[in-house]
Ligand binder design. Structure first.
Ligand code: NAD
Ligand code: UDP
Length: 332
């Protein structure tokens, strides 16, 4: 590995903490910049004693500076109820945060790896989605603060490459799940697992016929790792996700079966602009990163279930309960 220190924005979050752990296990010093909006220092507890981790609580919408050999830009709430709770802050995080992270990479003359998203494809008219598809985002809808923010962030990075020759790697992450997801963050896997384990009804939005393709976090982190180490020619965008597509109803049934519970399924209205189908074409990731996911959904869900079970049975769940009125607060 060419770097001894890495700057990770959003490193206290779900994906960021796993990637940080991977760097620390490789002996790399990690400085995390995070405002703890959706992340938690609890996610970093295991790494605290290594002497390799530095945590800085700050918001990326203001400029920041750091000496580093690599920048990884992950800062941004990823769950729809959370990024929609303060949309102006979300779009600032995506656009200004990426500009500021890119500036740090430019100052240090190092690579920046950025977490874009399948949401750049909006409610896609092309299936499965490959990187050449330009997407169908509702520019004025409630998801746009995130979708358009992430699209603009990609534009920022490709302009930095054309203007300054910045070394960039853009990964478009599809739905990822695993331990350290905040049980109240409102995403489907965390909602369903929390609800099933607490014996509460599982909340399905719409008729549950919409699809997603779920990637286990270890697979995703391996993809990001490869993108960090990739040569300058590997700019992306590259889809990073698991092509195993399923309906939300199938996910609910699988979770009920794994938890061994008979909790009810309750159906409510579909959120505005919720994409109907989503599956990544990962040919580019295979060709350019030599990567494809290998963790089966049931194995990944079981590992996530064990994590949630531990949080719930030890009473730690109370330290995660939302203090605001996110939609999840009424989901039980
Ligand atoms: P997360 O919400 O768990 O983590 C995001 C982290 O960023 C948190 O620690 C949060 O406190 C921090 N953050 C948010 N806004 C910030 C700001 N303005 N300044 C500083 N820190 C800020 O989400 P995640 O699932 O770990 O996602 C990480 C990245 O991956 C995000 O950029 C997200 O858009 C992207 N992504 C994730 C998924 C997924 O399924 N998990 C899918 C597509 C893209
Ligand atoms: N979803 C659901 N019940 C929930 C949470 C989400 O049916 O309690 C649905 C949501 O409407 C969407 C899918 O699950 O169709 C994935 O939602 P998530 O918020 O996890 O991610 P995204 O919509 O960003 O893919």
């Amino acid at each position: 590995m060419d770097f001894s220190s890495v700057l990770v924005t959003g490193g206290a979050g779900f994906i960021g903490s796993h990637l940080t752990e991977r760097f620390i296990n490789a002996g790399t010093r990690v400085r995390i910049i995070d405002n703890l909006q959706t992340g938690s220092v609890k996610n970093l507890a295991d790494m605290d004693q290594t002497g390799l981790l530095e945590f800085v609580e700050t918001d990326v919408i203001a400029p920041f500076h750091s000496e580093t050999d690599l920048v990884v830009n992950l800062a941004c709430a990823a769950s729809p109820p959370r990024y929609q709770a303060d949309p102006i802050h979300t779009i600032k995080t995506c656009v200004l945060g990426t500009l500021h992270a890119a500036e740090v990479a430019r100052e240090n003359k190092v690579r920046i790896v950025h977490s874009s998203t399948s949401e750049v494809y909006g409610d896609p008219l092309c299936h499965p989605q490959n990187e050449d598809y330009r997407g169908a985002v509702n520019i004025i809808g409630p998801r746009a603060c995130y979708d358009e923010g992430k699209r603009a962030a990609e534009a920022v990075l490709f302009d930095c490459r054309r203007t300054y020759g910045l070394d960039i790697g853009v990964g478009r992450i599809f739905n990822t799940y695993g331990p350290r997801m905040d049980p109240y963050d409102g995403r489907v896997v965390s909602n369903f697992l929390r609800q099933a384990l607490l014996g509460r009804p599982i909340t399905i939005y719409g008729d549950g016929g919409q699809t997603r393709s779920f990637c286990y976090v270890d697979d995703l982190v391996d993809a990001l790792w490869r993108l960090c180490l990739a040569p300058k020619e590997v700019t992306g965008p590259i889809n990073l996700g698991n092509p195993n597509e399923m309906t939300i109803l199938e996910l609910a049934e699988t979770i009920r079966e794994l938890v061994g519970t008979k909790v009810q399924l309750v159906f409510s209205s579909m959120p505005v602009d919720d994409p109907k189908r989503r599956r990544p074409d990962i040919s580019r990731a295979k060709a350019e990163l030599g990567w494809e996911p290998c963790v089966e959904l049931r194995d990944g869900l079981k590992r996530t279930l064990d994590y949630f079970d531990d949080i719930i049975s030890s009473g730690k769940i109370d330290t995660y309960a939302p203090k605001d009125d996110y939609r999840t607060a009424v989901n039980g």
